[in-house]
Ligand binder design. Structure first.
Ligand code: ZN
Length: 416
């Protein structure tokens, strides 16, 4: 209910009816509306931007859609062309990955150019983002999550750049042909492969940001040496607060900052806060009671079987609230704790936000984009200045992107 009131308040204030609100609430709203708010990581499915999954409505299947972005005052989002890869792979796997990538690129273009071109637009330059936001539309940007579909063909990098890609997460939770992931225990290349090094140079040349989220420590340190341009972590947390292998250590945060880059703090529960064994046990007991398969098993089921299980899943979600009361998961305060820590270690110019909505992200108080205002409220409560908040919400990311654009320009000038 409180969220609905906030959404209504947002609406009435944007319509100019601000006279009767408290100073604190209107200050928070002003700063939120003035900031260029960008989320660097939202996942999409293969059926995104179809009649089945319409991002134009307040869609219960999505944590990020245009309506929720409008309600929450979100100006821009990087949609992820996510493609997984197996531990061992061959030409056939590359081909399949390229097919999946094509489907997702087509979906994003369909969203911005056909389905809802009146409400959003594709941005491929920093200037575009600012211009689109000024018109009151949402800026849609593209990142590829996992460089796997590049296959072993360097020309694919430019092909994906031409389709709008402005960052590439170098790998996902398995090692790929480019570099080692934080997933497996044993390395494959001990950091970057020779081909991976060429991919980085090509990304620098074109102006695509290199994303360290998901990569191994060794890959990270290799990339710090390899890249001529600043780098980003599009959706990661801080190891010091939760020693998850996906999070960055203080040494990594400092190196990222020294290189001029940015960490975009993720809003995914298990990265922000360790899930206690007791909570896992309680979840498993509930699942068994309802006759539901394990989480990983469930995701591997065919669509029809998942649909048949839906009533049980619904009941599970209701009863999970009981578990939540006893073993609470991460909330907005824990999320902002990670922002605080990253600011303390890396500096205010090197921290931003990348939720991982629709890919596992969503925490109490920041479940979807309609609740984005709560982040600004919490930052204000903790004494962040208006300028600081603008940097965190998008200013820092745009600065890094501009630097990456500049490096690309200088590279092309030097070679011509
Ligand atoms: Zn991810």
């Amino acid at each position: 209910m409180r969220r609905q009131i906030i959404a209504l308040l947002t609406l009435s204030l944007t319509l100019g009816l601000s006279a009767c609100t408290q100073p604190q609430a209107s200050e928070a709203l002003d700063i939120h509306m003035q900031a260029l708010t960008i989320d660097t990581h939202v996942d999409i499915g293969r059926d995104y931007a179809t009649a089945e999954v319409d991002p134009g409505i307040d869609n219960p299947k999505l944590r990020c859609d245009l309506t929720k972005m409008e309600q929450g005052g979100m100006d821009g989002v990087f949609l992820a062309v996510y493609v997984g890869n197996p531990a061992e792979f061959d030409a056939e796997d590359f081909r399949e990955a390229q097919e999946t990538a094509e489907i997702k690129f087509a979906a994003i273009h369909r969203l911005a150019e056909e389905m809802h071109s009146d409400r959003c637009e594709l941005a491929t330059r920093v200037d575009d983002v600012e211009e689109i936001a000024a018109t009151g539309k949402r800026a849609i940007m593209i990142g590829i999550e996992n460089g796997f579909p590049i296959a072993e063909d360097l020309t694919m990098v430019e092909k994906y750049f031409d389709l709008g890609t402005r960052y590439i997460t170098m790998c996902h939770s398995q090692h790929n042909q480019i570099c080692d992931s934080s997933g497996p225990d044993e390395p494959m290349h001990d950091g970057f492969s020779d081909f991976g090094k060429q991919v980085v140079a090509e990304m620098n040349r074109l102006g695509i940001m290199c994303d360290v989220s998901h990569m191994s420590k060794k890959s990270f340190w290799d990339l710090i040496e390899l890249s001529d341009a600043p780098i980003i972590a599009s959706h990661s947390g801080c190891s010091a607060l939760n020693p998850h292998n996906r999070n960055l250590t203080d040494e990594q945060l400092k190196a990222l900052a020294e290189k001029g880059g940015v960490i975009q703090i993720v809003a995914l529960n298990s990265f922000l806060k360790e899930v206690s064994p007791k909570r896992r046990e309680a979840e498993n007991t509930l699942r068994e009671e309802l006759g539901l398969p394990g989480r990983h098993e469930y995701w591997r089921l065919p669509k029809e079987e998942k649909e048949a299980l839906q009533p049980k899943v619904d009941e599970y979600m209701v009863r999970l609230e009981e578990v939540e009361k006893i073993y609470p998961s991460a909330d907005i305060e824990v999320f902002v704790d990670h922002i605080d820590h990253a600011v303390k270690v890396a500096g205010i110019d090197h921290v931003g936000i990348g939720t991982d909505f629709d890919g596992g992200g969503g925490i109490r108080g920041f479940m979807n984009h309609s609740e984005a205002r709560n982040v600004t409220d919490e930052l204000l409560n903790r004494g962040y200045s208006h300028e600081d908040i603008k940097k965190i919400w998008g200013g820092n990311l745009l600065r890094v992107w501009r630097d990456v654009e500049r490096v690309a320009q200088e590279t092309s000038q030097a070679s011509s």
